[in-house]
Design a protein around this ligand. Structure first.
Ligand SMILES: [Zn+2]
Ligand SMILES: [Zn+2]
Length: 232
């Protein structure tokens, strides 16, 4: 079984992350993972404050530049690194896989689009869209929003959310026939008590293979904690 972290934030690109790219990759290599998806907060979310006022193109180049550097570090350490991002809409978050820098540069209107329209466009253009922690409650979130017809799947396990929130997410996922997904929402490298992720039977060569494995059910959500690894 090959383990992949699907939900990972790094400093300084994600303003709330406490661990950098190298520290995070070293941790996952040590823990025996085959790879990670960097899913830093996108330019519509809690991205590094220093880049928020820059022109769109520059923000996109800086954002994807981090993943490009991370891929080189991953090659050095012997762990696969793939790029993704976590889009944000008033506290409702979506993990997006399979959208690259070229796509973003060709769609400078994406951060002005209505989120439901953007989700539709991303799906049409081959992205895998996962609702992250759909039942998260927090002081800054006014209300819970669901987009059951505009996402492929949802996290049914997020290592940083409560069991209550994850159980509601699992029920939501089942009721709508969505793809069950798992991730850590890691902002601290090895500093978590438990981890989520997706496991595959074959190592992934690229993001497209990941999307196919998730959509076919070949990639399975897992939890890793002090009791070991358990498929969900
Ligand atoms: Zn964060
Ligand atoms: Zn996150």
């Amino acid at each position: 079984m090959y383990l992949y972290e699907t939900h990972l934030h790094t400093a300084p690109l994600s303003a709330c992350a406490r661990a950098g790219v190298r520290e995070s990759l070293e941790y996952y290599k040590e823990a025996g993972y085959a790879g990670v998806f960097l899913s830093d907060h996108f330019i519509d979310g809690n991205v590094n404050r220093a880049i928020r006022e820059l022109p769109y193109d520059e923000r996109i180049r800086i954002f994807f530049g981090v993943a490009e550097e991370a891929e080189a570090i991953g090659a050095e350490l012997g762990i696969s690194v793939f790029s993704a991002f976590e889009m944000s809409y008033k506290g409702t978050d979506f993990l997006v896989y399979g959208i690259d820098k070229a796509w973003c540069l060709a769609h400078p209107d994406m951060d002005k689009m209505k989120k439901s329209e953007l989700l539709r466009l991303l799906c049409e253009d081959g992205a895998l869209v996962i609702h992250a922690h759909p039942f998260r409650e927090a002081q800054y979130i006014d209300h819970i929003r669901l987009f059951p017809r505009l996402v492929h799947g949802t996290e049914i396990f997020n290592a940083c959310r409560t069991d209550f929130e994850n159980e509601l997410a699992a029920q939501y996922c089942k009721n709508y026939g969505l793809i069950p997904f798992s991730g850590s929402d890691n902002h601290v490298a090895g500093g978590l008590k438990r981890f989520g992720g997706m496991a595959t039977e074959m190592p992934l060569r690229d993001v497209r293979e990941f999307i196919d494995a998730v959509r076919s059910g070949a990639a399975k959500p897992f939890v890793r904690d002090e009791n070991g690894i358990r498929l969900l």
